[in-house]
Design a binder for this molecule. Structure first.
Ligand SMILES: [Zn+2]
Length: 308
């Protein structure tokens, strides 16, 4: 993984540059190879480095003759659409501030059906989620505020169901009196239980200060290696939600409504939460194109930890 990717060098910084860089699928394949094997090809079978390039974007290992496609195991694998169309779609989706609807993506691509555009969006959303996400806390973080809020407009997975409010667990970094940092969100079926405690412990780095309401369950955080603090004025458990999580809940509710995500099915909700996290992590980086880079990079390295 590149530590600090540079606009115009590691990723295009404008739509015009995107088109210049990726005129055909061969150019896309070279780019994917560079992100997948930053230090040159490595055979997934025998770790050999000697190779030949064969046609159709395949790398053949000189030692064991195994053929590897740069797109195998990625969201581009077995897609009938050209890679240039995928790159175009990813640029379109990541460069829109509010996120994207399937109808807008379909209109942009022109050639795609609504169903295809919808499934592409979901595929991209999956690539936005990261099981290896960094833990909250660390330099510049005063505390990690944890809380639960309700998100409206979610539909149960049964026909004719009305919308309902579902509980979401929120952890957010407090950087200063008016500044928040990275966000972690998870759906829960059991608000007000120990799940919130385990969530807080799962997403926070060791030694960080975790700020909670006065609910007694959170006192266990101290036994788990965290500094736990109860925010003054929030001693009453299950009362009001802490300022940081409340602000995120408001943003999230607005984002769902403005992006016409109202009525989202419950089983798709975590995907939308992942997209929200992906975008808010990228908000600190002003560079246009950085989210494009991160999504493509994550797509080719899907879920795998960086090598070495
Ligand atoms: Zn090999």
């Amino acid at each position: 993984m590149l530590a600090e990717p540079v606009a115009g060098v590691d990723y295009p910084s404008t739509a015009a540059q995107l088109r210049r860089w990726f005129p055909d699928d061969e150019a896309c394949i070279e780019y994917l190879a560079r992100l997948r094997w930053p230090d040159g090809f490595v055979c997934p079978g025998c770790s050999g480095r000697e190779h030949w390039r064969t046609g159709g974007g395949l790398w053949m290992c000189a030692a064991c003759s195994r053929k590897t496609s740069v797109t195998s195991g990625t969201l581009f694998h077995r897609s009938r659409s050209p890679l240039t169309t995928w790159f175009d779609a990813i640029w379109f989706v990541t460069s829109s501030k509010q996120g994207m609807t399937a109808a807008a993506l379909q209109e942009h691509l022109g050639t795609t059906s609504y169903e295809t555009a919808w499934s592409w969006l979901h595929t991209m959303r999956r690539a936005m989620s990261r099981p290896d996400a960094e833990l909250l806390g660390g330099a510049g973080v005063e505390q990690v505020e944890v809380g639960e809020a309700f998100l409206g407009g979610v539909t149960r997975d049964v026909p004719g169901a009305t919308t309902l409010e579902v509980p979401v667990m929120i952890a957010v970094e407090r950087l200063g009196p008016r500044r928040l940092g990275r966000v972690r969100l998870e759906t829960t079926r059991h608000p007000g239980t120990l799940e919130a405690l385990h969530f807080a412990a799962r997403v926070t780095g060791p030694g960080a200060t975790v700020a909670t309401d006065g609910s007694p369950k959170f006192r266990r955080l101290a036994l788990m290696g965290f500094e736990q603090t109860c925010v003054p004025g929030f001693e009453e458990p299950a009362g009001r939600i802490l300022p940081g999580p409340r602000q995120i809940a408001l943003q999230l509710n607005r984002w769902m409504i403005e992006g016409m995500r109202y009525g989202v099915r419950e089983r798709h909700l975590q995907g939308y939460l992942d997209e929200f996290m992906f975008r808010s992590d990228g908000r600190t980086a002003a560079s246009r194109g950085l989210l494009f880079f991160r999504l493509v990079e994550r797509a080719v390295n899907g879920g795998r930890r960086p090598r070495e």
